[in-house]
Design a protein around this ligand. Structure first.
Ligand SMILES: Nc1ncnc2c1ncn2[C@@H]1O[C@H](COP(=O)(O)OP(=O)(O)OP(=O)(O)O)[C@@H](O)[C@H]1O
Ligand SMILES: [Mg+2]
Length: 503
């Protein structure tokens, strides 16, 4: 059988970075081919070449057995290669339907007017096929990241592609949404579509893929049938060494002294009468399903969203937090789940982003010294978090997705807050770097920092949390000690719907 896509000896360099070197890859019709590798391994770059976003420096690329040279994404799309990008590429001010059919909207009146009804109907049909409950007229900028990701997927599906590239499609989806996506993938597979699947969630590998190709440092490592390999073998190939398996919970370092206390907080429908306390040296896990209100609690405490009622005490003193700068003044930091919108100045360079939230510290220094100090701090975090960048002056937007996330973490660490909210801190981060981040959170707690860790990954919650607060529909439905917290006890609390209880 002629492969749908085959590439050989592919090379691609960016200034100062050898992103791909002698890479080979093959995709056949009807397979789900997982592409694995650490942050910065070159996965997205390879996919962007297949999708016509970048051109290769050298090497061979065959589509249906014939040599091809795409000069634009449109060309690749016309031949049936669709891509769901890692970085969402939606227009925030346009509606769901407009985003899905941008540039190919149905027209009426001799092509002069946009056929709004037809547009929405077409979009509605695709969303319904996906079992996604979204009004096609909703403005995309008002949607959650998860819904935006669903729109991106719907858009890719609307092209009827023969090849569909999914670059971390599930990073912001909850379990039900992931199950829905997998159902769609299996359907596409049956129709003979070839799917390339990129993810850092190792358990998805076994669930969905037929073959897996591993890349490391821009080079091809191996391709194996998924059934013939194990997750730890794949990890071994990715990092070139074996990693310790998920370590168990390590025990608390808390002194019991209260760092933050939240009393009867109300802020919109997803923060209802929320009360909790956070101790120095503690990691408090916030568990719950996507949309349970965990992010909203963090945003309200941080002053990013208005509070209707309730009180916040920092180290026993009542704090009046109206905006994020008030929170920062109280030494509260919030590492947002939506790094793009709230976390980074992507056109600025790596070192400026790292020191940005703490620039004041450097301002008293003479210009030359300031440069030196900033560079030193940046170098510290680049090595601490193993950030892959050719230099500290590289614009952040040119880094791989996972490395951008590490910059957000570095930025908040540099700020040295006493209370830190980490919202999905390991989303999009490779397995090796994940355990580094866990170590780092433990080290911060050992220094006496108080940490709230919001996470949708239960293994992460169970491994890291000294206590677990569980939310459902804007309310705290329970609190568990580390010894009480299990997959079952958390899921039980996470699904305790107020609306069902009343019925
Ligand atoms: N447009 C660009 N300009 C300069 N360097 C780039 C550009 N795009 C990617 N790179 C670099 O190429 C390397 C590979 O990046 P790529 O985005 O392909 O990694 P990835 O495997 O997708 O990682 P992640 O898992 O973090 O998404 C990285 O070192 C990255 O910084
Ligand atoms: Mg990538």
């Amino acid at each position: 059988m002629t492969p749908l896509i085959s590439v050989n000896r592919l090379c691609k360099s960016f200034p100062g970075v050898r992103a791909l070197h002698d890479v080979q890859f093959e995709l056949v019709a009807g397979e789900v081919h997982a592409l694995m590798g650490e942050n910065g391994a070159g996965k997205s770059t390879l996919m962007k070449i297949l999708a016509g976003v970048y051109t290769r420096d050298s090497g061979e690329m065959l589509y249906d057995g014939k040599p091809v040279d795409f000069t634009s994404p449109r060309e690749a799309q016309a031949l049936g290669i669709g891509i769901i990008h890692q970085e969402l590429q939606l227009m925030n001010h346009l509606s769901v339907a407009q985003n899905m059919f941008i540039g190919r909207e149905p027209r009426k009146g001799f092509g002069v007017f946009l056929d709004e009804d037809k547009l929405n109907a077409q979009a509605r049909e695709i969303l319904a096929r996906m079992h996604v409950n979204l009004d096609p007229r909703t403005i995309v900028g008002t949607l959650t990241v998860a819904s935006q990701q669903m729109v991106e997927i719907a858009k890719a599906l609307s092209f009827d592609s023969r090849v569909l590239i999914m670059d971390e499609p599930t990073s912001a989806l909850n379990d039900a949404e992931i199950a829905e996506l997998f159902r769609i993938i299996r359907q596409l597979k049956e129709r003979g579509v070839g799917i390339i699947y990129i993810s850092h969630k190792m358990d998805e590998l076994k669930q969905i893929s037929d073959r897996v190709t591993v890349m490391r440092d821009g080079e091809y490592v191996a391709t194996v049938p998924t059934a013939d390999t194990t997750v730890s073998a794949v990890i071994g190939m990715m990092v070139g060494r074996t990693l310790a398996n998920t370590a168990p919970y390590e025990g608390t370092q808390s002194t019991g002294e209260i760092a933050l206390e939240v009393k009867h907080l109300n802020a919109g429908p997803l923060v209802r009468d929320v009360s909790f306390s956070l101790h120095k040296g503690e990691i408090l896990g916030f568990a719950g399903l996507m949309g349970a209100g965990r992010t909203e609690v963090a945003r309200a405490v941080f002053g990013a969203d208005p509070i209707e009622s309730g009180e916040i005490f920092v180290r026993g003193v009542k704090a009046n937090i109206k905006r994020p700068s008030d929170a920062v003044a109280h030494s509260i930091g919030y590492l947002s789940e939506d790094r793009k919108r709230f976390g980074l100045a992507t056109s600025m360079d790596v070192e400026s982003n790292i020191v940005m939230s703490n620039l004041g510290k450097f301002l008293s220094l003479r210009v030359f010294l300031r440069r030196m100090q900033i560079r030193k701090r940046a170098a510290h975090f680049i090595s601490l978090l193993a950030i892959r960048t050719p230099s500290p002056t590289q614009p952040v937007r040119l880094l791989s997705g996972g490395n951008q996330q590490k910059i957000v973490i570095a930025k908040w660490l540099e700020r040295d807050c006493d209370v830190l909210f980490f919202d999905e801190p390991t989303r999009g981060i490779d397995v090796g770097a994940k355990s580094e981040i866990y170590k780092l959170l433990r080290a911060l707690a050992a220094q006496g920092k108080a940490i709230v860790m919001i996470s949708s990954e239960l293994p992460e919650i169970l491994r890291m949390s000294d206590r677990v607060v569980v939310m459902c529909e804007g309310r705290i439905t329970g609190e568990l000690s580390a010894s009480e917290a299990t997959q079952e006890s958390i899921m039980h609390l996470a699904t305790q719907r107020e609306s069902l209880k009343a019925a």
